[in-house]
Design a protein around this ligand. Sequence first.
Ligand code: AQP
Length: 320
Amino acid sequence: MRLSGITPSGHAQLGNHLGAIARWAADGAPEDLYFVSDLHAMTTTHNPAGLRGRAGELLAVLIASGIPAERVFVQSDLARELGALTWVLECTCSYGEAARMIQFKEKAGGQHGVRLSLLTYPVLMAADILLQGADEVPVGQDQSQHVELARALARRFNSTYGEVFTIPEPVLPVTGARVRDLADPTRKMSKSTRDSAGVVFVLDEPTLIRRKIRRAVTDAQPAPAYDPETRPGVSNLLEILGACTGTTPQEVAAEYTSYGALKEAVAAAVIETLRPVREHTLALLSDPAELDRVRKAGAVRAAERGEHRVNAALRLIGAG
Ligand code: AQP
C-alpha cells in the first residue's frame, strides 16, 4: 500500500493536478492512501484560519479529482494518534539524526525563531507512514532522506522493543508533467509562490486562467519549438498542452507557428481539463455538512487502520 501526502501550503495549482493528483486518481492502486498534510504546514509562520480553509478545500479537490473518498483523510484529524506515535519515535531518534536532515539545514538557515517543529517534522512524517503501515512511499529526491529516517526508526523500534512497524520502501512517484511557473519558467509552479501571476490554481475562474496563460513568458524566437533547456517558457506551454490533451510536447509543437494560437489552445485545454474538478470541488464545498461527514468517515477509517500500531508501540516502550 502506498501513502502520499499533499500539503495545504497554498491553493492546489495546475502542477499539483497534472503532476500528481490526476495521476493518483487514474493510476493509483485501490488500496493506496492519500492525505492532506496540514500539520506539516505549521512548521513556519502560518495563518490558522487560512490553513484550516485550505485543508478542507484540498480534501475536496482530491475527492473531486476522482480519488475515492474512503482513500483520503486529513492529517490533523489523526492528531492524537500521530502525536502519540511521534513522541514514541522521537524517543527512538537521536538529535543528531534529526539535525542532519538537509531540508532542515536549508529551511532553517538564516531564519530567526525557527520552530522546533521544523526540526522534528521528519519524525512526524515517519509517524504518518508507520501509523498506516505503508510499505511503499513515493518520494522525490528532496524527501528521500526523510523516508530513510522512517526506515531507520522503524527498524530500531522493532529490534529494541518488539515488532510493530512495517519497514517502508521508497518508490518512484507516479508522476505526470513537470509544470513551470508561467511568469518565471526557470522555477516550478508552486502553491506557495507569493506572486500568483504565473500560477494557475485549480479553482481559478476560466477568464483568469486565460489571462494568466496569455501573459505567460515565452521568448523572442519567431515560432514555438520544444527545447526545455534553452526555451523553458514556450516548452512549458507545450508540455502543459501535451499533458492536457494526451500527446507529447514535440507533437504539439509541430501544430503551432504562432505564440498567440498556442496560448489560446493551452488556455482552452487547461480550462477544459480543470472544469470538472473545479465544478465538483465547488459542489462539495457548497455542502459543508456532507463534506464534513465524508471527512469524518475518512478520519475514522484511517485512525482504525493505525490504532493497533500506536497502542502496541506505547505498550512496548513502557507507557501505560
Ligand atoms: N509544478 C509542478 N509540476 C508537477 N508536479 C508538481 N507537484 C507540485 N508542484 C508541481 C507535485 O504535487 C504533489 C504534492 O506536492 P506537495 O504538497 O507535497 O509539495 P510540493 O511538491 O512542494 O508542491 P508545491 O505546490 O510546490 O507546494 P509548495 O509551494 O508548498 O512547495 C507532489 O507529488 C509534487 O511532486
